[in-house]
Design a protein around this ligand. Sequence first.
Ligand SMILES: NC(=O)c1ccc[n+]([C@@H]2O[C@H](COP(=O)([O-])OP(=O)(O)OC[C@H]3O[C@@H](n4cnc5c(N)ncnc54)[C@H](OP(=O)(O)O)[C@@H]3O)[C@@H](O)[C@H]2O)c1
Length: 240
Amino acid sequence: MEGKVVLVTGASRGIGAATAERLAGMGADVVINYRDKKARAEKVAEIVRSRGQQALLAQADLTDAAAQRQMVDDVAKKFGRLDVLILNASGGMERDVPADYAMRLNRDAQTRMVDLATRIMPPGSRIVFVTSHQAHFFHSRSTIPEYESVAASKRAGEDALREREQELARRGISLVVVSGDVIEGTITATLLDRARPGLLETRRREAGHLPTVDEFADAVASAAARPEPPAEPVYVGQTA
Ligand SMILES: NC(=O)c1ccc[n+]([C@@H]2O[C@H](COP(=O)([O-])OP(=O)(O)OC[C@H]3O[C@@H](n4cnc5c(N)ncnc54)[C@H](OP(=O)(O)O)[C@@H]3O)[C@@H](O)[C@H]2O)c1
């Protein structure tokens, strides 16, 4: 990743923050997108800089098209291009969000991010879409009602990106999907377990092991860095 410029959406915490830190360790300059948590995003930027790389903090609510456009303009101004876009930010389980929020963030904002970012992505660039098994397998498996709108919207986002895959390929831009089981120690895991007490323990037992944030971030960073994009989605943790 030496000399590459990477934008990680939702990099202020969790998997996005861990991925940003890893990519900096691999030699990339990192654009750290966040929505609200500036102090946390600044800590991630400090870690990126401590690894000898440049960091750009990019506050943008991805459901706001003007904010997304401004973020891409800022990346172009500072770095002149973008080599890797990691679509990590996700949401929909927050309290008090409108009914269509999950679809606006997990589908509409993802495709718009791709349309805007690819204007500054040269041939050889890559997009990594981060998703969960519950979303990736949404069409063939049931999920708990509390996560259903998130799973449906993330799957719709993945499908919408796949529809663009050939056009992206013509421009020399590859698309990789990385899907994970429930990840230990994340807020989403806590929210799911709160909604369905015992869900985490049951899943741990079924799967034998739930991936950690570090394991998932390693897989996302390596999907970004591999010279050849994997043809199939990268699965982290048990899929069955
Ligand atoms: N957690 C799991 O068990 C799990 C399992 C499999 C896959 N995944 C996938 O991994 C990815 C990251 O999950 P996570 O658990 O690390 O998420 P998380 O802890 O909920 O973090 C979400 C990140 O996205 C940002 N964000 C939220 N809404 C945003 C918006 N409207 N605009 C811009 N940024 C926004 C947040 O920024 P602020 O902090 O500034 O609000 C935060 O940095 C997601 O795609 C998720 O589906 C997670």
